[in-house]
Design a protein around this ligand. Structure first.
Ligand code: NAD
Length: 254
């Protein structure tokens, strides 16, 4: 039998230790992908890559990258292309949230939420998808949120809902455009996942009241999201494109 094709998975925002990106990078490495961690936090990106290489015995590279900055994205991806196998998967995971109420959202906060969650997904996808089309294989997974579907309700405000809604539209339109090229584009919409994205701000009664609405009876773990993303990145998932997979313990059944 011929050896399996080795490909690289790029995961943005996988520096965060308890984050969805880190757990996803581990799942993808376990599935045989080489891993590129692109994160604003350079030390965290490098530490994540070292942990992944050690645990799974695959090549991994951590690179500083600001997904909101086209030049930064271009130089980080160029570095990855020079060091690792051809890119076969991209997980647009880098994201930020903010709990401001609509009437209080300041324009610079609105812009920042869109810059990371939406512009970032655009910049990184555009830089990487062309090569995937040329090679006839690609798996792109974008991080949306239950917030996009039900209008907030966990932590993020309306700017976060709007940005994650934009991610869904982008996912569907790019999936349609790239149909038939071997490149699939899907989104996941996690509910409440235990990570550090809220900076410890979702606690006490507020957390208890969110938990009480989850049929599964618990918050999700980063790995609950990672297993689904890793599945969408398998070659076998080729007939799934433009979909949104809900990962919310039943808190939003629609
Ligand atoms: P996290 O805060 O643990 O990790 C986010 C990572 O993104 C960090 O490593 C951070 O350094 C990086 N990052 C931020 N801005 C960046 C930029 N400009 N360029 C590059 N990297 C940048 O967050 P998480 O909870 O693991 O969330 C991951 C994704 O999942 C986000 O897109 C988030 O919106 C989405 N999501 C999270 C939840 C949840 O409950 N945790 C729910 C739904 C969706």
């Amino acid at each position: 039998a011929s050896p399996a094709v080795v490909r690289t998975a790029v995961v943005t925002g996988a520096g965060s230790q308890r984050g969805i990106g880190r757990a996803t990078a581990h799942r993808l490495a376990a599935a045989g992908y080489e891993i590129a961690v692109l994160d604003l936090d350079e030390a965290a990106a490098k530490e994540a890559a070292a942990e992944i290489a050690e645990r799974h015995g695959v090549r991994a590279l951590g690179v500083r990258c600001d997904v909101t900055d086209r030049a930064s994205v271009d130089s980080a991806v160029t570095e990855v292309e020079g060091a690792l196998a051809p890119i076969g998967a991209l997980v647009n995971n880098a994201g930020i949230t903010d709990p401001s109420r609509f009437l209080d959202i300041e324009p610079h906060v609105w812009r920042k939420i869109f810059a990371v969650n939406v512009d970032g997904t655009y910049h990184v996808t555009q830089r990487i998808a062309g090569g995937m089309v040329e090679r006839g294989f690609g798996r792109i997974v974008n991080l949306s949120s239950v917030s996009a579907q039900r209008g907030g309700g966990v932590f993020g405000g309306s700017h976060y809902s709007a940005a994650k809604g934009a991610v869904l539209g982008l996912t569907r339109a790019v999936a349609r455009e790239l149909g038939g090229t071997g490149v699939t584009v899907n989104a996941v919409a996690p509910g409440l996942i235990d990570t550090d994205i809220t900076g410890g701000a979702l606690v006490g009664e507020q957390r208890a009241s969110v938990l009480s609405t989850i049929p599964a009876g618990r918050a999700g773990s980063a790995d609950d999201v990672a297993v689904t993303i890793a599945f969408l990145c398998t070659p076998e998932a080729e007939y799934l494109t433009g979909t949104t997979v809900d990962i919310n313990g039943g808190s939003h059944i629609h």
